[in-house]
Design a protein around this ligand. Structure first.
Ligand SMILES: Cc1ncc(COP(=O)(O)O)c(C=O)c1O
Length: 416
């Protein structure tokens, strides 16, 4: 049931001007809290079953696939032998998990996922370390984010530790698909869809949570390649109170046209700006970091946009922030989550204060940026001539990969 509104919050809310940004943020946050409390109530209803790893059944494939030579792997094209599936119904909760051979889904054409986009997903990886152990990187973060995404679109929430346990068993079963070489991994795609057969718009009465896995090679097989971006000023990816901060499939299809537009003008990716101020938010499907010297103090600063609804809460972003706070502040860096504009970047570039820009995400860890096209000019992002990455991006990649592949023992890397 809905929680009663705390009266202090209500009076603070009433004191705000009706259309002020603070009021609108409160309304958005409050609506999200309501959505979550409904979902969490559904999940913790004692009549409904939670995900139960002990009920897992495993049906192994009788036609194991041939492994591709690692150098032929293309992101997201090839899949392992099996998949993990867990069905949910509004009357029973989560049903017994199943590992089966990788197979097609059979869904009625009226299934709600096809009409109203009841779909959310995650992207995470399993790595093989130098001793042959398999490791996940911060799986708790992906589970928490998937729960936030599913709650937002009235799909069921679940116990993240239970799903991580099941994913671990699935990955171990298909372990032979993870190449041992550094830079290779098994990309995992947990996905949740509404499966109710209805054209009525409402909360799905049934859902399917499934996980598939795809072996992937290094993002930069021959070393970093810095990219050039086009700042997108005619389309908006996300806004406060919207859903761009959730990993919903519906957020991704509308990003393809701006990406194609950027590509048609020779840019690798587009840069998402927000508002009249042209705040810098994300690059393609990555978070964005800028390293620059402060205009007043000259101090080195590492900046990224705050979690205000206009960016996805990236696991890599969070890891970079934590490592920067632990390791770069000692060297005099200031690390900040704050808004900055395209104008700030251009001004820093003009004054020789822009040191580095890089994207951050699971696929590449970091992706250095050489130039940004904005308002008819090219902003030079500070990379030295002939270099493909700046020192901060390079060190972040080395540190994070060192943890992911177990060279550095760290609580983020979970041996399974
Ligand atoms: C829109 C968007 N932003 C940022 C990220 C980076 O997130 P993560 O570091 O968790 O991969 C992703 C990738 O999942 C994304 O789709």
């Amino acid at each position: 049931m809905l929680q009663p509104r705390p009266s202090a919050l209500l009076s603070a809310l009433n004191a705000l001007p009706r259309r002020s940004p603070a009021f609108l943020r409160h309304i958005a946050a409050q609506r999200c809290r309501r959505a979550y409390s409904l979902q969490i109530d559904t999940e913790s209803d004692p009549k409904l079953a939670g995900i139960e790893p002990s009920k897992l059944s495993v049906a192994k494939t009788t036609t194991p696939k041939d492994l591709l030579p690692p150098e032929e792997l293309v992101f997201g094209r090839n899949f392992t032998d099996h998949m993990l599936s867990i069905e949910w119904t509004a009357s029973e909760g989560w049903l017994a998990p199943r590992i089966t051979p990788y197979q097609n889904l059979s869904l009625d054409p009226a299934t709600c996922v096809f009409h109203y986009a009841f779909e959310c997903f995650e992207g995470m990886k399993a790595y093989k370390d130098s001793h042959g152990h398999i490791r996940l990187f911060r799986p708790d973060r992906n589970m928490a984010r998937l729960n936030k995404s599913s709650a937002r679109i009235a799909l069921p929430t679940f116990n993240g530790a239970a799903l991580t346990d099941l994913i671990s068993r699935f990955v171990k079963l298909d372990e032979r698909f993870i190449p041992s070489a550094r830079g290779y991994s098994l990309y995992l795609r947990p996905t949740m869809i509404g499966t109710q057969r209805t054209l009525g718009v409402g909360p799905p009465g049934s859902a399917l949570l499934y996980v598939i896995a795809s072996p992937v090679g290094p993002y930069y097989p021959t070393g970093f390649k810095a990219v050039s971006l086009e700042a997108t000023d005619y389309a908006v990816r996300a806004w406060p109170g919207g859903v761009g901060d959730k990993k919903l499939g519906a957020n991704y299809a509308p990003c393809i046209v701006p990406q194609m537009q950027a590509a048609s003008r020779g840019f690798h990716q587009n840069l998402w700006l927000f508002g009249e101020e042209e705040y810098v938010t994300e690059v393609g499907t990555m978070n964005l970091f800028a390293a620059m010297k402060n205009k007043e103090t000259g101090q080195n600063e590492l900046l990224t946009a705050p979690l205000d609804g206009t960016i996805l809460e990236g696991v890599t972003r969070d890891s970079i922030l934590a490592l920067a706070r632990e390791r770069l502040t000692k060297e005099g860096w200031k690390v900040e989550e704050r808004k900055f504009t395209m104008r700030d970047l251009a001004e820093a570039a003009d004054e020789g204060r822009l040191l580095e820009i890089f994207g951050a995400g699971t696929a590449a860890v970091v992706s250095p940026v050489r130039k940004i096209s904005w308002r008819g000019r090219l902003v030079d992002c500070g990379l030295e001539e002939g270099k493909e990455a700046g020192p901060v991006a390079q060190r972040m990649k080395d540190w994070i990969e060192g943890i992911q592949y177990g060279d550095e023992e760290h609580p983020w890397s979970v041996k399974i």
